[in-house]
Design a binder for this molecule. Structure first.
Ligand code: FAD
Length: 282
C-alpha cells in the first residue's frame, strides 16, 4: 500500500456488469486504462449473493488484461464457511488484496444467523483464516456512515477495524474536502497510521449522482448541486463542470498530501482518464 505521503497513488473501482454488452464494453475500458496504469482495479460484490459470480468473472478479466485485480467481499448475510471458500479461491488465483465490507442486505432479506454482522468481524475472519496473505482495505466515512448512532461511535468502529488488521482504508465519496481532512486527523489522533485513500466519484450525470448520494449519505454541497441543476439536460455542460470541480478537488487532495485517490469509475474510462491526464500534466 502507499506510504502516507504517496499522493500519486490511485486505484479504480468497477461493478460487475449484468449484461453481455456491458461485459464487452468493460473489456474495452480495461484496455484503455492500461495507459494510466492504476495501482489496482477493485470489483464490487453484491451482498446476499446477487453478483458473487459477476465479481469473480470481472476480477479474472481485469487480471488477465494485466492489472492488479482486487475483489470486494461483503459479509452480511453470509456464513463464515462461504467466506472461507471465497478467500481460498482468491488465494488460489494469486489475489493479494481484498476490500472487506459489511455490505447492505437487499430490502426484504432477513439477517441470517451469522457471526459476521460488521466489517470488523470479516477482517478478523480473514486474518484468522489467511494470516497476512491478503492486504486488507476497509471502508471509511468522512461524512459519517448513514446508520451510525453518532460520528464518534462511527470513528470508534472504524478504529476497531484498523486494530483488527486493516492495512488501508478507502473513503465513501465526498465533495467536502474538509470532511476528509477532519476524518484523517481524528483517526490519526487515535493512533491510526494506515493510508486513508480518498474515494472520488467523477460527475457525469446529476440525477444518478443525487440518487446515489441520498442512499449513501454523501453530501453534494449546495453550490455544486445548484450549478448542476441549472444545466438541466445539457449533459455536455454537466460533464464539463463536473470535470472542473472534481479535478480541482483531486489536485487539492494531492497537494495536501492525501494518501491517494480511489475513483468510483462506474465502469467508464473516459472521465477518469481526463481527470488523470490533467493532474499529471500539472
Ligand atoms: P461497518 O464497518 O461494519 O459499519 C457499518 C455500520 O455499523 C456503521 O454505522 C458503523 O458505525 C456500525 N458498526 C460497526 N461496528 C459496530 C459494532 N461493533 N457495534 C455497533 N455498530 C457497529 N457494499 C456492497 O454491498 N458491496 C461492495 O462491494 C461495496 N463496496 C464498497 C466500497 C467502499 C470503498 C465503500 C466506502 C463502501 C462500499 N460498500 C459496498 C457499501 C458498504 O457495504 C455499506 O456502506 C455498508 O452499509 C457499511 O459497510 P462497512 O464495511 O463500512 O460496515
Amino acid at each position: 500500500m502507499p506510504e502516507k505521503s504517496d499522493s500519486r497513488f490511485f486505484s479504480l473501482e468497477y461493478f460487475p456488469p449484468r449484461e453481455q454488452a456491458g461485459r464487452e464494453r468493460l473489456v474495452g475500458t480495461t484496455k484503455q486504462l492500461l495507459e494510466i496504469d492504476p495501482a489496482y482495479i477493485s470489483v464490487t460484490y453484491g451482498a446476499g449473493g446477487s453478483t458473487r459470480s459477476g465479481t469473480t468473472e470481472t476480477l479474472l478479466m481485469v487480471k488477465e488484461l494485466g492489472h492488479e485485480a482486487v475483489p470486494h467481499i461483503a459479509c452480511i448475510g453470509s456464513q463464515p464457511e462461504e467466506i472461507i471458500e471465497l478467500l481460498d479461491f482468491y488465494k488460489d488465483k494469486g489475489v493479494r488484496r481484498v476490500v472487506a465490507l459489511r455490505g447492505d442486505l437487499p430490502s426484504g432479506m432477513g439477517l441470517s444467523h451469522s457471526p459476521l454482522r460488521y466489517a470488523v468481524d470479516l477482517v478478523r475472519l480473514i486474518k484468522e483464516h489467511s494470516g497476512d496473505w491478503f492486504d486488507i482495505s476497509v471502508a471509511a466515512y468522512p461524512e459519517m456512515h448513514p446508520q451510525a448512532g453518532s460520528f464518534n461511535d462511527d470513528i470508534d468502529h472504524f478504529v476497531e477495524k484498523v486494530r483488527a488488521g486493516a492495512d488501508a482504508a478507502i473513503t465513501q465519496y465526498f465533495y467536502n474536502i474538509d470532511a476528509y481532512w477532519d476524518f484523517v486527523n481524528r483517526v490519526q489522533a487515535k493512533g491510526v497510521d494506515i493510508p486513508i485513500i480518498a474515494g472520488i466519484m467523477p460527475i457525469t450525470n446529476y440525477t444518478q449522482l443525487a440518487r446515489f448520494s441520498k442512499m449513501c449519505g454523501a453530501e453534494i454541497p449546495r453550490w455544486i448541486a445548484k450549478r448542476l441543476e441549472s444545466y438541466g439536460d445539457d449533459i455536455e455542460s454537466i460533464r464539463a463542470f463536473g470535470h472542473e470541480v472534481v479535478t480541482k478537488m483531486c489536485d487539492n487532495l494531492r497537494s495536501g498530501g492525501a494518501a491517494g485517490i480511489h475513483f468510483y469509475s462506474l465502469n467508464q474510462a473516459e472521465p477518469v482518464l481526463k481527470i488523470w491526464r490533467e493532474l499529471e500534466a500539472k
